[in-house]
Design a protein around this ligand. Sequence first.
Ligand SMILES: Nc1nc2c(ncn2[C@@H]2O[C@H](COP(=O)(O)OP(=O)(O)OP(=O)(O)O)[C@@H](O)[C@H]2O)c(=O)[nH]1
Ligand SMILES: [Mg+2]
Length: 316
Amino acid sequence: MTIKPDASSTGNASTPLSRDALPVEPAGAGGRNDRWPDTNARHFDAQSHFDVRSHLGTQYGDRSETVALVIPAKNEAANISWVLDQVPTRVNEIILVDGNSTDATLVTAQYCRPDIRIVTQTGSGKGDALRSGFEATAADIIVMIDADCSMSPQEIPHFLHFLANGYDFVKGSRFIAGGGSRDITRLRRLGNRTLVSLVNALYDVQLTDLCYGFCAFHRRYLPFLDLTSSGFEVETQLILSALTRGLRVAEVPSMEMPRRHGRSNLRTFPDGTRVLRAILRGHRRGISGHAVQALRALVHGTARVKSQPGPSVRSA
Ligand SMILES: Nc1nc2c(ncn2[C@@H]2O[C@H](COP(=O)(O)OP(=O)(O)OP(=O)(O)O)[C@@H](O)[C@H]2O)c(=O)[nH]1
Ligand SMILES: [Mg+2]
């Protein structure tokens, strides 16, 4: 399932989106152009771009923008109340995407938050669930978080802060200062590190984390992210689409805790392979991009080599 642009979106999803084609807030209206005059600068002067007044005014996000929290959940009855109890008041809408749970996930969620919206996914897998949740909301900002207590909703204001201060897509990272993981195994850490290194080399970026599903972005970019993944590789596809579409991506520190109850749905090797394939599928720039796509064309007989605008990444 590919998400198509809605009437309120700008740009044309059938053509590659350049940085200039993205929606731009008017200068002088407190929009991001006021704070980011040099769109290509990798380094910036914090003093000149974040004056004290604008910083204080937006430190918990731009309050005029509505926020939807999308939570994929499959048999998380024992975990979901902990997550819902911590959702900050800044979140306007909570959408739980149910993966045909056979336990009391739905009734527990509805008991904790009578205002919660339940969406039943049409297909299967976390990626399919997230895409269903994204399609179900009209909020300005979408935040995605897991339902297994591994991520704290109390961190959401940090993500909103960066969205309100010039970034288009904000992803949590367990591997920058202030972040961490009490959950990840040695094998998964090694796999994640290998995949991050591959992304950094192929896409010419400096990410510190990849397989982590705590992200937030402006919904207006959703049609251009061309999400098709059904499984756990959806996070990789989301991040790589944001980068290749030229969005400004920020990483913020996040602490991952072990899931409180139940068993993981992730299978390290099959799902790691799906992530690897998503990385190779999205790499289309330069000589290595042509080589990768030519190789894919040989294997699948389908790939097309197409240039994409360059990425822009900064870490918080
Ligand atoms: N709706 C829906 N949710 C799912 C599906 N598969 C996983 N999830 C949810 O996606 C979130 C992440 O899944 P986990 O099983 O915790 O996998 P993970 O966090 O990548 O791996 P761990 O680090 O081992 O926990 C949880 O909230 C799950 O309930 C699915 O098929 N449908
Ligand atoms: Mg988990």
